[in-house]
Design a protein around this ligand. Sequence first.
Ligand code: FES
Ligand code: FES
Length: 159
Amino acid sequence: MKLRVNGRIFDVAADPATPLLWILREQLGLTGTKYGCDSGQCGACSIHLNGNLVRACQVTLATIKPGDRIATIEGLSPSVAHPVQKAWDALNVPQCGYCQSGQIMAAVALLKQSPEPTDADIDAFMTNVCRCGTYGRIRAAIKQAAAEIASRNTRSKRG
Ligand code: FES
Ligand code: FES
């Protein structure tokens, strides 16, 4: 079947019960999406499906419909310049780094639905696990990215 991932169309062949996580990693080589718990708990495999945050270990190939848009960390910005990525870099958020692709994909989804998230909003939405305990820096980086996006929007409105 055909999959639209990061704006490109790929032909994939696999058992329909195969989790999307393994298609992304093993067939398409998109290894930024990580394997953690395989049970929908940790968020290491977080991606966007039609703009919504999903856990790729819990989405089977059979549930993907023609035209569905899948986005992974690799598709966020060709120059790694998405405001969330820039804030992550500026505040040195990662420690070991393993969970961070998923954290960033979750943060991007949060900021789409809540452009000025409070600490409570962040804590409620960001359920991804970080074994290194980078939660404080994640929260700070989300707020920095929110400020950057708001300032960009103001500049573009002014023209
Ligand atoms: Fe998917 Fe943990 S590997 S949620
Ligand atoms: Fe190590 Fe999050 S940075 S698990």
